[in-house]
Every structure is written in C-alpha cells, then in structure tokens.
Design a protein around this ligand. Structure first.
Ligand SMILES: Nc1nc2c(c(=O)[nH]1)N[C@H]1C(S)=C(S)[C@@H](COP(=O)(O)O)O[C@H]1N2
Ligand SMILES: [Mo]
Length: 555
C-alpha cells in the first residue's frame, strides 16, 4: 500500500472523530509530502492543524515500548550503538536529492551521514504525525528536543531502514535548529514571508471575508521562536519602580478575579503595506508586508488599568513614566522581547488595554501569545506583547533593542547613517490607512450591470473611527464614496476595530482596464497622503499612502 493510502486510511478513520473537511485533508497531504525545499529550511511550519491525533489509534501498542526505552535512557546513552556512520557499501545522496525526493511514494529522512527510508515505520511512530515534519530532512534537531529517541533500540531500528549515505559536504550541524522544532502548526492559507521566525500575512481576499478574522488566519509576526507556556503554571509579575520597588505576582486565576475586560481591536503591524513604499519610492529595511499585516479580533481578559491601580500605581503623577511589557520569548543573546508605552496611555480608560487570555471566544493560540498577551488597541501591534511575563512601571522606556532601535519615526531624508534612534519619537499610535482587498492588483474582474464591486478594509489608530472611504477610478479626478461600511459600535476615542467596506464602480462599455485608488478619512478628519514619497522612511513604517491597483475588466 502506498504511503498516501496508508495516510488517507488513517485520516479517514480519524475523520469519524475529528471534523475535517475533505479539502483540508487533501491540502495537508500535498503540503506535507510535496515540499522539496532546502535541507536546512523547511520543516515545522507548513502543517495545518489536521493531524494532531493522526496516528494515535495505531500507536497504543508501541507506546509501552517507547516508555520502556525512555526508562533505559541513561543506561543506553553510555553504550555506543552509533547510527548515521558512513556505510561504504551503500550509495551516496546529495541533501538536495533527499529533500526533493517524492515523499509521497516513500518517506526519507537523514541522520548524520545516514539516509533512511522510514515509510514502513510511519504508522507505528509513537510520536504520531510529528515525524512528518522531518520529510526529506534531518531528524537530528527533532531528536535533540525529543531525547527519548537517543537509545540503543531506536538507533538500531533507524539503521534497519538505512538506504544510503548523505554526501560528506551536506552533513551539517543541526544544533541551532532545535529551537524551531516545537513551532505550532499553521494554516496553509497564510502567506508566509519568513519561515524562521514565522511571519505570515492574512491573504487579502480572506481579510474581507470575515469581520473578525478567524484565529487561524490572523497574521503572525514573530521575532523569535514561539515559547512553550502553560496556563496553569503561568504567572505575570507586576513591578512598580517609583521611588521604591514593589512587585506582585498573578496567576491567570488571580487575574480572572478582576472585572472582565473586552475590546474589539484590529492589530496592525507598523510595517503593514511596507512593500508599496519599498517599490514605489526606494528600498526600505524590513519584512516586505503587503496589506495583510492587519487582522481583527475580539480580545477578552481584564483591563490593564484595573491591575495597575490594584498594584498601587499613582494615577495622578504619570508624566514621564512608562509601562514596560516583557514576553517569554528570548533572542540568541538571552534577551526577552520587550517594549513599553507611556503610563498615561496605559491608565487612560479610553485606551481599553486588555490583558487578554482569549481571542474571538477561544483561548489565545500559541502564535498569538498563549496564555496571556497585552492588547494595546490603536497602537502599532508591536506594543501588544505576547506571552506576557512581566509588567513594569518605570521612569524609563523599555531598554530593549526592539524598543530603542525600531518602531520610531523619521523623515524621508534620514538615512541609516544619520538617523538618531535615541531622540526619534517611538510610535505609540497609528495613522489612517486603507487597502483594496478584493480584487487584488492584476486580477481580472467581471462587470455586472455596468458595475465592478470592490471590497477592502480601512483603519485608524488611537481610538479613531473611519468615517468615509473614497475610491477614484480615474487617478484622482473623481471620487466614489464606498456605500457599505461594516464597523464596530464603539464611539470614537474608544474605537479600535477596522472598517470593512464595499464600493460600486461604474465602468464604460468596452473599457478594458481599471485603475483604482483608495483612501480613507477618520473621525479626526485625517486622511491618507497621495503618495509614499514624502512619508518614506528607512524602516518603511507607517506606510499609509493611497492604495493603488490596476485590474483587467471582463464584460
Ligand atoms: N512577545 C512578543 N510579542 C510580540 C512580538 C514578538 O515577537 N514577541 N511581535 C510584535 C509585533 S511586531 C507584532 S506586529 C504583533 C503581531 O501579533 P500577531 O502575531 O498576533 O499578529 O505582536 C507583537 N508582540
Ligand atoms: Mo509589527
């Protein structure tokens, strides 16, 4: 039976218990076995949530032996049953051949100098579908993390599947990859910008398909690997440095005793739409986000303000003070992700800052900060620190390089040589922006009754609400106001949702092409600049000029 059939059979069995669509299964199989990327670059990211329990029905019998091997671990580590040494009797493969090999026919992995066809072993892998992440790749980083593999039995078992040697030049040190092994499963529909750390946009057409973005389609922006945390043992420390230093620790249960806090907020990366600035003016540094680094959710937890007041923060003397948020994720030098906002902003009830445990009615997914995240609505999303470990009230801003060396505002003449980050204002709010999401640039659209219908989002930071979205079909000569506006009920000053809009654009008979410009106006009557020229900046942040696309017309 082919590998695909074995898998499909197992999946079909599982389908009786878990509700999976046929298309999800199909996509998953293609993606899991179809990848042929570079040896060092391609596992762990491309899975749908489909197969969490994929093989659990067939592994019951083998779990016992896995446990046994685990107990023997120490004893066996002394012995030197070596796997992956060179076997001159076997053929040699390049890493590229292994990774491009069709894993749907037979499933290959490497370990040190060894190449293995482990197809026959797949259904009885005690770790279930985890092994699928290693298709065409080395299993070493996985085994470094899941140490129960390092036993005589497992080495011997692996060697029984040996088919060849990995070319000497392709044997690499995988120790730096361990930290990526436990990354969460991600929806295949996300548009991946970088795999490690994982950064991905919500596809444009799916942004406007839902008012609140389904959690699995919410854009993802990571600076580091996703930390593994547990809600029952998680604690957040509130430290107040004001003359003396006081500190209090809260479990999630402790937090739940505060009044419930909730806010509907779109989160937008300060670098959203950076690619347009980059293309239309000159290069900027940063992830080349198109318009998909914004998504919407309802966040629930408790209000930060209540917790700060409970901890005795002086609500009157706020000037010059800051609230530093620190996450559990750490960089290569051991520094935790951290940034800060002014204390004034944190204490203002209009800010509606939530210490969130839930996102759209579900526990926060690992990618979005499980089990606790601060949501600072209306601010660049970088201030909404995930995996929140501590909150520090201080006379200083966060000292981290993410706060000191990024997310600051510069004029268009500043270069990397002349920009002074220390004196540049940190970005704590967001300007008005909009984008056309459906159609996307280059699409062919069908005219119905002389009309082309277009849809998009508009958003403004700082609690402002979108009042109007205008579309020009003729490079700014005339403007058509979007008719349908879907938005949150909250009033301006407290309005943190985005607005989804629909506009109907009349087209002439025989017209072949349509250029469309979009701009929004917010409740402060601020509107977008026409071009990116004057707002260009080295980091490509706050890239909010008119969104301009061109589509072909089918009558
Ligand atoms: N702990 C932590 N919090 C973080 C980040 C991070 O890397 N680590 N990235 C920030 C940035 S730059 C953005 S744009 C948002 C992205 O949130 P999302 O992944 O839930 O969309 O998270 C912010 N909070
Ligand atoms: Mo961001």
């Amino acid at each position: 039976m082919s590998l695909k059939n074995i898998l499909l059979r197992t999946i079909n069995q599982k389908n009786k218990f878990i509700n999976l669509s046929a298309s999800a299964v199909k996509v998953s199989n293609q993606e899991q076995y179809g990848h042929g990327g570079q040896q060092k670059k391609n596992y762990g990211y491309n899975r749908r949530t489909m197969a969490t329990a994929l093989f659990s029905s067939v592994v019951v019998g083998t779990m016992a032996s896995a446990e046994k091997s685990d107990k023997n671990k120490n004893k066996n580590e002394d012995k030197t049953v070596e796997a992956g040494t060179i076997r001159p009797d076997l053929p040699t493969f390049r890493a590229e051949e292994v990774s491009k090999h069709d894993n749907e026919k037979s499933f290959w992995v490497t370990y040190k100098n060894g190449v293995y066809d482990v197809t026959a072993f797949l259904p009885s892998h005690p770790g279930g579908d985890q092994i699928l992440n290693a298709g065409g790749l080395s299993i070493e980083p996985f085994w470094n993390v899941y140490g129960m593999h390092k036993t005589e039995e497992v080495y011997a078992l692996l060697e029984s599947y040996r088919i060849g040697n990995l070319h000497e030049d392709d044997v690499v040190d995988h120790s730096d990859e361990e930290m990526w092994v436990k990354e969460p499963s991600r929806d295949r529909r996300l548009v991946v910008k970088t795999a490690r750390p994982f950064n991905a946009e919500t596809p444009a057409k799916l942004q406007v398909a839902y008012f609140d973005t389904p959690n699995e389609l919410f854009y993802v922006r990571q600076h580091m690997p996703v930390p593994e945390l547990d809600q029952s043992s998680h604690r957040v420390k509130v430290i107040v440095k004001d003359g003396g230093v006081t500190s209090k620790e809260f479990s999630l249960q402790d937090l739940s005793r505060f009044p419930k806090g909730t806010v509907r907020a779109a989160l937008m990366c300060a670098g959203n739409r950076r690619s347009e600035m980059n293309e239309q003016v000159k290069p900027v540094k940063g992830i080349s986000w198109q318009g998909g680094a914004i998504s919407s959710a309802v966040w629930e937890g408790v209000y930060l303000r209540d917790v700060l007041v409970h901890c005795g923060v002086d609500t009157h003397n706020t000037a010059g003070k800051h609230v530093i948020f620190t996450g559990a994720d750490i960089d290569a030098t051991g520094q935790n992700f951290s940034t800060s906002i002014p204390l004034d902003q944190a204490l203002n009830p209009n800010s509606r800052i939530v210490l969130a445990t839930s996102m759209n009615g579900r526990p926060l997914p690992p990618d979005h900060g499980y089990p606790l995240r601060v949501v600072v609505p209306g601010a660049p999303a970088v201030r909404s620190v995930k995996w929140l470990e501590s909150i520090t009230v201080s006379h200083e801003e966060s000292p981290s390089h993410w706060h000191q060396k990024d997310y600051r505002s510069f004029n268009a003449s500043k270069t990397w040589e002349t920009a002074d980050f220390a004196s540049a204002p940190p970005i704590y709010s967001l300007p008005v922006t909009s984008a056309i999401c459906d159609p996307v640039n280059g699409d062919t659209v069908t005219v119905k009754n002389g009309i082309v219908e277009i849809r998009g989002y508009a958003y403004s930071g700082g609690g402002a609400k979108i009042l109007r979205v205008d579309i020009s079909p003729d490079c700014g000569n005339t403007w058509i106001q979007a008719e349908e506006m879907q938005s949150d009920d909250a009033p301006p000053q407290q309005h943190y949702g985005w607005t989804l809009w629909t506009a109907r654009i009349p087209v002439k008979r025989g017209q072949k092409e349509l250029k469309l410009w979009a701009k929004a106006t917010d409740s402060n009557f601020n509107t977008q600049p026409e071009t990116f020229h004057d707002i260009w900046n080295i980091r490509g942040v706050l890239s909010n000029a008119y969104h301009k696309i061109k589509v072909q017309i089918k009558h």
